[in-house]
Design a binder for this molecule. Structure first.
Ligand SMILES: Nc1nc2c(ncn2[C@@H]2O[C@H](COP(=O)(O)OP(=O)(O)OP(=O)(O)O)[C@@H](O)[C@H]2O)c(=O)[nH]1
Ligand SMILES: [Mg+2]
Length: 238
């Protein structure tokens, strides 16, 4: 069994090396094989160059640089399409997502179809209290609108078996920004996938700048939610 850890990067030069090392350390005790798949959108800060310099000869690291396209969701999709592990894990590269829970995220797939790193189950949380509060409120709205039991529909830190992922219509899911994750979870829930949330505590991003602008993300996610609700009601998405 092999796991592919997909890392979308944009201007993460100061995080990516440390994160890959932390992933190696976290997975050292696991018996399974793994690969780290970096999908960089030609970051002007030299993220890809840093990966090449540090892990050029390391068979565990695959680096892809996209020059024609930019965007979080399509970068993750690219990583899915260019990796071959039976287990797929997706995570942010700025240490918001704690690499230390990777072994649990992989092992619990023995019993569930999707494991979600969640801020809103016991022991989860976020260092940024404003973001924690706004995400919590937004998650209540999502839960009401979709009647889903998931507490953190915005996390984007998850693992899934490839066969389960590829059974979904990925073109209908992987576009936009973090809203892809809401679409993924809702379709998976509709299909009856067994989901488990395990706690994750988001630290502040270690280095570099956020690409998230609160207001525009709020608008984008809200549009995505309404479109998804309509599609699910009318049966255009399943
Ligand atoms: N390949 C690629 N990765 C991206 C793009 N935008 C963001 N990312 C990556 O997606 C992940 C999440 O982006 P962040 O900027 O951390 O967004 P956030 O977690 O909402 O915001 P902060 O933690 O406050 O910075 C990080 O690993 C980014 O490097 C993009 O256009 N292309
Ligand atoms: Mg982040």
């Amino acid at each position: 069994m092999k796991a592919s850890i997909i890392l979308p990067t944009y201007k993460e030069k100061d995080n990516i090396i440390e994160l890959i090392q932390a992933i190696f350390a976290a997975l050292e005790s696991c018996v399974l094989a793994y690969e780290v798949v970096v999908v960089d959108d030609n970051s002007p800060d030299g993220t890809a160059e840093a990966v090449r310099q540090n892990f050029g000869g390391d068979g565990r690291v695959k680096l892809f640089v996209r020059t024609g396209e930019r965007g979080l969701a399509t970068a993750i999709r690219y990583g899915i399409d260019h990796s071959d592990g039976e287990i797929v894990v997706s995570m942010d590269t700025d240490f918001n997502h704690d690499p230390n829970i990777l072994p649990q995220m992989i092992q619990f797939l023995d019993h569930y179809d999707i494991i979600i790193g969640s801020r809103f189950v016991m022991a989860g949380g976020m260092e940024d209290r404003f973001r924690q509060f706004s995400s919590l409120v937004y998650n209540y709205v999502i839960r009401l609108l979709f009647r889903t039991p998931v507490h953190d529909n915005l996390s984007g830190f998850f693992s899934i078996r490839r066969e389960k992922l590829e059974a979904l219509d990925l073109d209908q899911i992987y576009y936009g920004y973090g809203d892809y994750f809401i679409r993924l979870l809702m379709v998976a829930h509709k299909r009856g996938y067994r989901m488990l949330e395990i706690p994750v505590f988001y630290r502040l991003r270690l280095h570099g700048h956020s690409k998230t602008q609160f207001l525009s993300i709020f608008t984008q996610y809200s549009r995505a939610l309404l479109a998804l609700r309509l599609k699910l009601w009318t049966g255009r998405m399943r």
